[in-house]
Write a protein that binds this ligand. Structure first.
Ligand code: NAD
Length: 514
C-alpha cells in the first residue's frame, strides 16, 4: 500500500463559497434556521471543520413546504410554457458545467472523493441530467387513446391523457454522490415535470447542494420552486416524509431508512413514493473472460468511490478454472491503490465519508475475520487523522457470513467460486437486494442468459458502474421502488389524468354517464 496522506493547505476553487455563511434556501431567500442553530460539516481527510451550516428542523421544513405549495399554485413555474421551463433547466445544466471546478472541490472536501473523480463523473453527469430532463419536457406527452362504446353503447368519444405534476415533492438524499443524486437523479426530473421541491440533503455532505441552490436562482428558477433544508434525518427528514401537504417523497438512502419513510407515509397522507435503496451486487467473472479487462474492471467495480456506490460489485463470483489468477490479480490491484486526500492529484482513493462510516466498515471487516474469511489484501485503518480504510479483499467467504449478506458500503470485496451457470445464478440471486450486477465474459450467449436470470435493476456486461441520463436506474426486491433517470424518472414525477370528451351529444343512456 502506497500512502500519500498529505496535509491540506488550501481549498482551491471552493475557497470563496466556504467563506460565506451557509443558510437554508426557502422561498428564494437564504435564511437562518428558525431555532438559530447550526451544525458542522467536516473534511473527512483531516477531520477539520469546513463550515457551519444552518440546522433545518421541523419548523423550517414546514416553512419550506408552505413556500413550495405557494410556488406550485401561484408562481410563474406552474404557468410557464414548456419552452420557458426547458430554457431555465438547460441554463442550470450549463451553470453546473461553468462552475464544475468549484463544485468538484466542494464535493471532494465534504465527501472525501478525489477532485479528479468529481470533475469527470459527479459534475458532468449532474449537468447532463439537467440537459436530458430539460429535453424530456418537450417530448414526453400524454396520449390520444381510442376508446370503445361498451360503457355507453353508440356513444363516440375523443379521449386523451394528460401528464401533470404530482405537486410538492420532498426529496431526501444520501452523501455518496451528494450533488449528483440530490440535484441530478432526483431534482432534474422532478422540476422538468413541473413540480416544486423541498430537499433535505444528507447532513454529512451539504456543501455542494447549497452552492447548487445559488446556481438555481441564477438560472432563473422562481422563488419557492427549489427549497433546500439541510438537517438531520430524525427531525427534518421525518417531518418531510410525514408532512400532510407533501404529495410525493423521492428518497435515496439505506433500506432501513426507506422502511421508516414508508411507515411515515402510511401514517400520514399516503403520499406517492420512489425509493432508491441499498444493494449487495454480484459481479461475475466467467472462465472465458478477458482477464486483462475483467480483473481491473471488477476491482474498480467495488473500489470506485471507496466502495460507497449503491450498486458496488461487492460480491465477486469467479469460475473455478480462473479463481486463483483472479484472486491474485484483484488483491494486487487493491494493494496498489493510492490512498490520500481527495485534493492530492496522486490520490486514487480518498477517506470514507465519516467516523460512523469508518466504524461500520471496520466492524464488517472484523466480523468477516471472526466468521472465518481470509484476507488477501487490506483490512486495516490507515493513519491517525481522517477516515482512511485500506481496499480490502476477502476469500473463503460464504453466504452465511454477515459481511456477505449485508451492505457494507465501503471498499470491501468478498470472493467466492462457482462451478456452472446454475450454481452461479443461484449464488448471485441469493440476496434480499437487487440493484446491480456485472458479468465479465467473451461468450455472448452466456452473457445474455445470465443478464436475464439475475434479478436486479441494472446489469453491466464487460463494464461496471456505467451511468447515463437516458437509462433508468433502480432496484428489484428490497433495493427500492420505481426508477430514477431516463424517461421513467420523468414519468414517476407526473400524475396521469384521463379525459373523456363525448362527441355525439349528451344522452344519459348508460351506467357510466348517468
Ligand atoms: P441513510 O438512509 O442513513 O440516509 C439517507 C437520508 O435519509 C439522509 O438525508 C438522512 O438524513 C435521511 N434520514 C435518516 N433517517 C431518517 C428518517 N427517520 N426519516 C427521514 N429521513 C431520514 O443513508 P446514507 O448513509 O446517507 O447513504 C447510504 C445508503 O444509501 C446506502 O444504503 C446506499 O446503498 C444507499 N444509496 C442508494 C442509492 C440508489 O440509487 N439505490 C444511491 C445512493 C445511495
Amino acid at each position: 500500500m502506497t500512502s500519500t496522506l498529505l496535509p491540506k493547505t488550501e481549498y482551491g476553487a471552493a475557497a470563496r463559497f466556504l467563506s460565506t455563511s451557509k443558510k437554508l434556501l426557502i422561498d428564494g431567500e437564504w435564511v437562518n434556521a428558525a431555532s438559530g442553530k447550526t451544525f458542522e460539516t467536516i473534511d473527512p481527510a483531516t477531520e477539520n471543520k469546513l463550515a457551519d451550516i444552518a440546522l433545518g428542523g421541523v419548523e423550517d421544513i414546514d416553512r419550506a413546504v408552505t413556500a413550495a405549495r405557494k410556488a406550485l399554485e401561484q408562481s410563474p413555474w406552474s404557468r410557464m410554457t414548456p419552452s420557458e421551463r426547458q430554457r431555465i433547466l438547460h441554463r442550470l445544466g450549463d451553470l453546473i458545467l461553468e462552475n464544475a471546478d468549484e463544485l468538484a472541490w466542494l464535493e471532494s472536501l465534504d465527501n472525501g472523493k478525489p477532485v479528479s473523480v468529481a470533475k469527470v463523473a459527479d459534475i458532468p453527469l449532474t449537468a447532463d441530467l439537467f440537459h436530458y430532463m430539460a429535453a424530456q419536457i418537450r417530448v414526453l406527452t400524454g396520449d390520444v387513446v381510442p376508446v370503445s362504446d361498451i360503457a355507453v353503447p353508440g356513444a363516440e368519444f375523443h379521449a386523451y391523457t394528460l401528464r401533470e405534476p404530482v405537486g410538492v415533492v420532498g426529496l431526501i438524499t444520501p452523501w455518496n454522490y451528494p450533488l449528483l443524486i440530490a440535484a441530478g437523479w432526483q431534482m432534474a426530473a422532478c422540476l422538468a415535470a413541473g413540480n416544486t421541491v423541498v430537499l433535505k440533503p444528507s447532513e454529512v455532505t451539504p456543501l455542494s447542494i447549497l452552492r447548487f441552490g445559488e446556481l438555481a436562482l441564477e438560472a432563473g428558477i422562481p422563488p419557492g420552486v427549489i427549497n433546500i433544508v439541510p438537517g438531520f434525518g430524525a427531525d427534518a427528514g421525518a417531518r418531510l416524509s410525514s408532512h400532510p401537504d407533501v404529495d410525493k417523497i423521492g428518497f435515496t438512502g439505506s433500506t432501513r431508512t426507506g422502511r421508516g419513510i414508508l411507515k411515515a407515509v402510511a401514517d400520514s397522507n399516503l403520499k406517492k413514493v420512489t425509493l432508491e435503496l441499498g444493494g449487495k451486487s454480484p459481479d461475475i467473472i466467467m472462465d472465458d473472460a478477458d482477464l486483462d479487462v475483467a480483473i481491473p474492471g471488477a476491482a474498480e467495480g467495488i473500489f470506485f468511490n471507496h466502495g460507497q456506490c449503491c450498486c458496488a460489485g461487492s460480491r465477486l463470483y469467479v469460475q473455478e478454472k480462473i479463481y486463483d489468477r483472479v484472486v491474485a490479480g484483484i488483491s494486487d490491484y487493491a494493494k496498489t491503490i493510492r490512498l490520500g486526500s481527495g485534493q492530492d492529484p496522486n490520490t486514487q482513493m480518498g477517506p470514507l465519508v465519516s467516523q460512523n462510516q469508518e466504524n461500520t466498515v471496520l466492524g464488517y471487516i472484523r466480523s468477516g475475520l471472526e466468521e472465518g474469511a481470509e484476507l488477501t489484501a487490506g483490512g486495516r485503518k490507515v493513519g491517525d487523522k481522517g477516515f482512511f480504510v485500506e481496499p480490502t479483499v476477502f476469500v473463503n467467504a460464504n453466504r452465511n457470513m454477515k459481511m456477505v449478506r449485508e451492505e457494507i458500503f465501503g471498499p470491501v470485496l468478498s470472493i467466492e467460486r462457482f462451478t456452472d451457470l446454475n450454481d452461479l445464478v443461484r449464488k448471485a440471486n441469493d440476496t434480499e437486494y437487487g440493484l446491480g450486477a456485472g458479468i465479465w465474459t467473451t461468450d455472448l450467449s452466456n452473457a445474455h442468459k445470465v443478464a436475464k436470470a439475475i434479478r436486479s435493476g441494472t446489469v453491466f456486461i464487460n463494464c461496471y458502474n456505467v451511468f447515463d441520463a437516458a437509462m433508468p436506474f433502480g432496484g428489484y426486491k428490497q433495493s427500492g421502488w420505481g426508477r430514477n433517470r431516463g424517461k421513467e424518472a420523468f414519468e414517476a414525477y407526473t400524475e396521469t389524468k384521463a379525459v373523456y370528451v363525448r362527441l355525439d351529444g349528451i344522452h344519459h343512456t348508460s351506467f357510466a354517464c348517468r
